[in-house]
Design a binder for this molecule. Sequence first.
Ligand code: SAJ
Length: 481
Amino acid sequence: MTELLASLLRKRGPIRRIGVVGMGYVGIPAAALFADVPAYEHVLGFQRDSPTSGYKIGMLNRGESPLDADEPGLGDLIRRVVKAGKFRCTHDFSGIAGLDAVTIAIQTPFLNPQDLEPDLTPLADGLRQVGRHLSEGTLVVLESTITPGTTCGLAREILESESGLTAGEEFALAHAPERVMVGRLLRNIREHDRVVGGIDAASTARAIELYTPVLAGGRIIPMTATAAEVTKTAENALRDLQIAAINQLALYCEAMGVNVYDVREGIASLKGEGITRGVLWPGAGVGGHCLTKDTWHLERGVKILGGKAGGPSGSPSLFSISRAVNDYMPHHMRDLTLQGLQRAGIPAAGATVALLGWAFIRNSGDARNTPAEPYRNLMLSAGARVRVHDPYVEDYPGIEFERDLDEALRGADAVAIFTAHDIYRRLNPDLLYSLCGRHRRPVIVDGRNLVDPDAFIESGCVYLGVGRGDRNRHPLKEQSR
Ligand code: SAJ
């Protein structure tokens, strides 16, 4: 801790005026919660007045939430803090001057994951704006998910060059990764433990001061900025690995004629100290903007910070293999569909496939990086027609959605379940026979273990499911309708 920074922070006194850059699903609840802390006098939300997101400024200043998803408590909280004059949104970044703390929550997507080059442009622009108006003794915190090394590297460089100030001496700098899930933003910020990592002890201490009042149940976990970056990217890389492990086991179970869900239940029964297994669920693939990118941030961090990490020579990392396994699952769904059509005596070319579920997560309209998209492309390449049904996804480039399930099924030769939307639990053989190609055996491919195989098999359908090695080679029964 440098004495200069400590004295500047002492001179400033307790944190009272805060800025949050990036009015997205991370920044908005964070700003509203800061504004709701009595000791914090005022919070400014900074949002670029761009054609695509400038509208948020007006909405927020009217006390309205611009977020699509239903976020319990957030609308009321925004109305309350705006009415109390404790929160305001602006596109004028000069308001950063004189603030005690500024947090930055700007997305860091990968344009092409395999080349390990994330698109840091939006984040760099945000950092430049903050740097231009940064004053002595201010705390800057990055909340975005970033490659390990970014806080002490790119972020520090931009902030110092734009402000002319030195991090760790004239301003404090830290990383406090967000851990919020759409649909439970406020609860997550309040109740999840908060990893807080400064570039030095003074920065860590100042960041702990900033976040402590908004935690209700969660505890602060202090560490270095780089350790905080590794924690965030690794917690999602590990989740992706856990899903890949059960997906690989599902493929093994199919090959060995075993029901992976029986095996999963058996493994999960190991409970208690030191023997519990973190076994997740197999499925049609892994989507979303967290697990599909955070592994690559972690891998890039090793490359930038460490050069050559230990491990079996010449083999790809366990985490990148996990990504490959999860990205293989839509291909496996294609293979199961082609096998099903073949068993039903239906040529893939010209067949109609009803793809049920475009969202990457059940009962949600979020379709970012959906595994259904590669599957659709693969089936189109096989000459099939693909009809996409999803009741939640409002729109998606290049996709026309069928909103009526019966219409999606009408005349389909095969039905592929990609997302575990509750509506698909009502699928049954009668529905398929009444709507699908009556003169043929309907084919059903279950990517989320949503339906009972035996009802479909007994009625003469062709059934295949991820991990269902016990059913995927079932005999073809006489068609009972
Ligand atoms: N998935 C599986 N099997 C599983 C769990 C998930 O195939 O057992 C698939 C889902 O179908 C989906 C994808 O993985 O396509 C991602 O699912 P997710 O539940 O991980 O949801 P995300 O992507 O929203 O992950 C977020 C992460 N949260 C943050 O980054 C703050 C993750 O760390 C959380 O664990 C996860 O939410 C959560 O638990 O809800």
